[in-house]
Ligand binder design. Sequence first.
Ligand code: BES
Ligand code: ZN
Ligand code: ZN
Length: 511
Amino acid sequence: MILNLIKAELESLKCSTLVVFSTQSTQDDKIVKLSQPDLKNILNESIQDGLVTGKLLEVSVFREFEYMQYRHLVVIGLGKEKKFENESLRQAIACANDAVKSLKAKEVAVDLDGVIYSKSNSASQIQALVEGLLLSDYSFDELKSKGKGVSSAKNIEKSDKIETTYHLVSSHANTKEIKGAFDAGITLASVVNFSRRLGDMPANIMTPTELSEEAIRASKNVAGLKVSVWNADKCRKERMGGLIGVSNGSDQEPKFIIMEYRGAKADKKPVVFVGKGLTFDCGGISIKPGPSMEEMKYDMCGGANVIGALLGIAKLKLKINAIGLVPATENLVNGSATKPGDVHTARNGKTFEINNTDAEGRLILADALSYASELKPEIIIDAATLTGAIVVALGNTHTGFFTRNQALKNKIEKAAQVSGEWVWNMPLCDFHVKDMKGTFADLSNISSSKGAGSATAAAFLEQFVESDIPWAHFDIAGTAWAVGNRLNYCPKKGASGVMVRTFVELAKQFA
Ligand code: BES
Ligand code: ZN
Ligand code: ZN
């Protein structure tokens, strides 16, 4: 997909397809508004028949319609004017992209002027549109053969993929602010798509080593961004007992990935992001059941999305210092694997007994959070596909987050409001901490109580964060992949890149 922001008359463009937006009047939802007023007369019958109502995400395709010089017209509903949010735009333009694909259109004009309701919001609206388009364009098919000698429909589809150019037509297109927003949208969507690709890669390719190399490659030539990677020996020397303990069951070497971005003076405290980089989780000796186990290649999405967030922060040149930490390993089962009852020591000296080897994410995060605390940061944020319990609680719509810091909670909700990603604050209290006390070590890696599995996991993590550092934990187990049934700019089954954009927004608040 190629995007082009231009100031032009719609009549002057050589495109086969025009996309316009429709809304419902706030006073009377039977009154439809269209970005091109003359279309209201032309489409009168369709409006009378209820084919064009302006409802959010309504898609009406008019083929061979011959409006101006365009062959096809696509009308996309944005819902009630007053309720209109940037997230409506992301979702609506993703619907438009589906319609455009069905028309096999190569050159498309999008009439933005009817969308920009208030000039103060127009930049963020352009950004949202660009994000929606590029995010909806992501697909992961690089591991499919090009169709040579194979006649499956999928392969034919792949070689037939049409490159579409979208001309976003706006009378404000020449302003610095709008151009900046357009570029920011491209940057953000690209880093989200980068994170998605890391997630979608199978675990035989996306090993801890490969994940670290992806982070290094992507950071090359990004100003202010530096990546260092600790190998197993270094991790052992650095007392990363949780990460080493989990990696004992695997032939793949664990890695601890450190991404450092310098966008402010050296004495400005950094914002630290930590992501679970479990490249495959079979559960270890407490092995998982077979069905859906293949999905556990996504257990590194916290890490992938932290890498994406650091790339976004650096590419947008935010005036902050930021650090991304990704402990990466497999959780497999060989003769050296951790056994139930084993005791390991985390970097901060706290010991834990492993009563279920499938609760491994918290063990590798323990070391990373201890290390993060030593950096004396402004805040620590972690993201992890940590518990099945969060999927039970929130399904695949909202990402649950845990924090005891009210100011940080407010900042997170503000950031999520801008990114359009749904978050839900979950409870975390001293009872949850009590549930994680060990019998033979300081802590147990599973709760002694029934229920609240996501909160007790968060309480375990809290033991590795210095108490004076504002910290929030995001459990993305329900939202890291397969959310496309809810969000049409996300792939149906693949990785979503969730929280990358929210984390970048959050980081902006520390500039
Ligand atoms: N990676 C899983 C959590 C998970 C489950 C993510 C389903 C996405 C979908 C994690 O390592 C795990 O297995 N957690 C256990 C913890 C339990 C043993 C206390 C869980 O949630 O079942
Ligand atoms: Zn597990
Ligand atoms: Zn896991």
